[in-house]
Ligand binder design. Sequence first.
Ligand code: SAH
Length: 286
Amino acid sequence: MSDSETHLPLPKHDWPVMEPGWVWLCGAGPGDPGLLTLHALNALRQADVVVYDALVEDTILDWAPQAEHMYAGKRGGKPSVKQRDISLRLVDLAKEGKRVLRLKGGDPFVFGRGGEEAQTLIQHGVNVRIIPGISAGIGGLAYAGVPVTHRDVNQAVTFVTGHDQSGETPASLNWDALAKGAQVLVIYMGMKHADRIANALMAGGKPADEPVAVVSQATTPDQKVLETTLGKMAADIEASGMEPPAIVCVGRAVLMRQVLDWQALARGETPRNLDPLGRGKPAEQA
Ligand code: SAH
């Protein structure tokens, strides 16, 4: 391969050098390789080994042709690797003097166990750099045309996981309080327990007609979006045949997709509703 093929151009900047024995814990974004950060690209160019998750697209690995690629995911039909084994493997690789790039889907510190991996590395005396990434709950929704905050809708956004360590709906969460206090909920890993989550939120007072969007494989060519309501969400997910990974967004911000579905507009469709929140005046008028 020529230099221009292996060396993706980076703009002029004082880019950090990956030293042997360091682990860079890096977010790869939700899927679309264009959503990597420049720090991630800089790391891909320097790594000796890339330890990657199930949610990292293959194209991204192609950008580190010089490196060994090691799978350390927990799904995708491949045998799953225990968290402890992954963390200790990172320690071993670092101690061998490798430049290690630990590449995780989305952002490493958002429901990604990045904190645990970094803690293990630091407890073993390994030097660590953290490179944030675009989390699926923000970037994935943006690709679906859903703004996680919108001034007329919410002044807060709540990120929730639909699984806890036991694989169950998190018992530690006060679903009643979430139903009453969270204006927009962004639920990661919410597919398996969609029915329980919807019921818990409705039992806490969220209306059955609360808008919901489910976005699977967000930002990839296989992205699918389902618009539904809290009351129908579980049945509609089932009927749609949608599979994880998917983000579930509960709240009126979802309505904005009727005007902001930019991918549909790019295909030549017309906006379904220019004023989905019924403001009655142009958006530029505060
Ligand atoms: N650290 C990741 C989240 C890891 S947890 C991040 O910041 O995005 C795994 C969950 O993330 C999945 O179950 C799903 O809810 C969500 N997710 C990750 N990538 C996704 C994608 N491309 N489309 C939809 N959901 C995604």
